[in-house]
Design a protein around this ligand. Sequence first.
Ligand code: SAM
Length: 232
Amino acid sequence: MDKELFILETNKLGIDLTNEMFEKLEKYYELLVEWNEKINLTTITDKKEVFLKHFYDSLTLCKVINLNEVDSLCDIGTGAGFPGIVLKICFPHLKLTLVDALNKRINFLKLVCEELKLNNVECIHARAEEYALKNRDKFDVVTARAVASLPILLEYSIPLVKNSKYFIALKGNEDTNESKNALKILNSKILKEEKFLLPIEESNRTIIMVQKLQNTSGKYPRRFSEIKKKPL
Ligand code: SAM
């Protein structure tokens, strides 16, 4: 995806991309490719592909929510920063928390925040399920892209979400029927399910927006409180 098409497509998502934002995305791309030589961050390194499959794809979250009206956002299993860092570049007001179980990726994200001068970003080395145990009802939006199946993601993320706020999953193809039980146990409901094709390569995408209906503290399934895995 070249610059012209990226600007056109992000405009369609309601994003008013400034020169400064585009320059930060380019700098982020350079850091990604540079550090990918030392630590495994992405299999996609071609610039046009990164702009399409990582940057634009991350921003499609804007299809279901107006991020100008969101204060705090947590991206679990963020990896090299998708969608978290891309959203922060385009919506600098966000109070962003990035969580990943791999410390080398967290160290890369700290470096990106420093180089790009991104303020109000917390980079947390933890498993999402452990982080959630001590950070309940904290965020307006929790996101996850390519991390786990939807029932597992719900278990990890819903405790982190404030009452009546949202978990948003960026997926390929998804059968939400398999999540019915998890949604019920966690007092949550699917608010929106947006299916579309990624421009150019036309692969399937599904964005699932889940609303936490009421305070579920103390009502999580037993399995949730029993997870004792250590960060990698
Ligand atoms: N979200 C990024 C993306 O879209 O490119 C990364 C996807 S990568 C396939 C999955 C990431 O989730 C890895 O960085 C892995 O360390 C992290 N991860 C997997 N399970 C996790 C967990 N339970 N808690 C925190 N991070 C986890």
